[in-house]
Design a protein around this ligand. Structure first.
Ligand SMILES: Cc1ncc(COP(=O)(O)O)c(C=O)c1O
Length: 353
């Protein structure tokens, strides 16, 4: 049979299942609810596996993602985003609540009132900034916001934060401590305003294993299902735990380097300050990818003999969530057998509204 044309994204089912099981047992051992962020995989098949292995529900970033997962039967969704709800979004949210239990993030009295006008009685979590300075309010102000949301008619169920500054070398422990302090302060602030939090939600992939179960009730890692070059280079996981790669063909040896067809249109262009290049080669950890274009990944090869033109290599994207959103399907293999066992549709691809 003809080989599948490259580049394409491939998932190793054994590694994926190992990652799912590991996070599920970590969370249940600590007494933490696991609510994985589905923006990473965007597929119904992985959502189903997460729920089967004990996840209490899923996290999503957009109404459109919530619509895709609700349609695939997910009954409990947290929209972990400071949504601005206008009439059109309100209508979509109301439709969603017919099939799923929905919770929405708020981080201002204005967004709480806008949500309440469209979806009276909606369940919300107050977003707290634990140090990333992206969205969310200061922990000490969480109670006042909870009170005003309650007055607007919302059901305030607790607090959440995203400790995204865990994406830095040697940051995991300190950032998890900041997350825990911010959530503890926010919880106390809610209580001072007469609101008893039922959900205290945190956890990025780098910080999830440091989550303080005496404060948090729930973690929301997303990337852990596949892992990526960022997790590898930050030391969060070893390369054996990487489940998703872009399969590429060596198209050229220009300049004595290896040129692959896995450019930014399949890998994404994310490159954090600490990254060694534009992704890594899973089977050749000493190789580096200093240059990328839309259809080229230029690899500095660590040995004299270059892999033959026409041969195939597996590239680990820097940021897997972005790569998945670039393709229609994921090709599923088991271990080193290249024969696909399945093909999964990236059902929530481009579901950004
Ligand atoms: C609000 C929120 N929760 C959870 C996550 C998942 O964290 P990670 O991507 O580190 O797995 C993200 C990721 O961006 C996020 O924005």
């Amino acid at each position: 049979m003809a080989e599948r044309p490259t580049p394409y994204l491939q998932v190793d089912l054994e590694v994926l299942e190992g990652n799912l099981a590991e996070m599920a047992s970590f969370a249940s051992d600590r007494g933490l609810a696991l609510r994985p962020h589905a923006k990473t995989h965007k597929t119904a098949e992985i959502a189903g596996r997460q729920l089967q292995s004990g996840a209490v529900g899923l996290t999503v970033a957009t109404v459109a993602e919530a619509e895709v997962f609700a349609a695939s039967g997910v009954a409990d969704l947290f929209l972990a985003y400071p949504l601005w709800v206008d009439a059109a979004k309100g209508e979509r949210l109301r439709a969603l609540t017919e099939n799923a239990r929905l919770t929405v993030g708020i981080d201002s009295p204005e967004s709480a009132r806008a949500l309440a006008a469209q979806l009276p009685g909606a369940s919300v979590l107050v977003e707290v900034d634990s140090g990333q300075h992206r969205s969310g309010i200061a922990a000490a102000r969480a109670g006042a916001l909870a009170e005003s949301a309650r007055r607007a008619g919302l059901d305030v169920r607790g607090v959440f934060t995203f400790p995204g500054h865990s994406y830095a070398p040697d940051a995991m422990k300190d950032v998890a401590a900041q997350e825990s302090r911010a959530l503890a302060a926010a919880t106390a602030s809610l209580r001072e305003h007469g609101v008893e939090p039922q959900v205290v939600s945190g956890g990025s992939t780098p910080s999830a294993h440091q989550a303080d179960a005496s404060v948090l009730s729930e973690v929301r890692p997303g990337v852990y299902v596949f892992n990526d070059a960022q997790q590898w280079e930050l030391g969060v996981v070893s390369p054996e735990r990487i489940a998703l790669t872009a399969v590429g063909t060596v198209v050229s040896h220009a300049g004595g380097r290896v040129v692959l067809d896995t450019g930014s249109k399949v890998l994404g262009a994310d490159r954090a300050a600490y990254a060694s290049g534009f992704g890594r080669l899973l089977d050749h950890p000493d190789a580096r990818i200093p240059l990328q274009a839309e259809h080229h990944a230029v690899v500095e090869w660590p040995h004299d003999e270059l892999p033959a033109r026409g041969s195939r290599l597996r590239v680990v994207p820097n940021h897997v969530c972005v790569a998945v959103n670039l393709v229609d399907e994921l090709v599923v293999v088991r271990g080193s057998d290249p024969e696909p066992v399945d093909v999964w549709r990236v059902a929530a691809r481009g579901a950004n509204t």
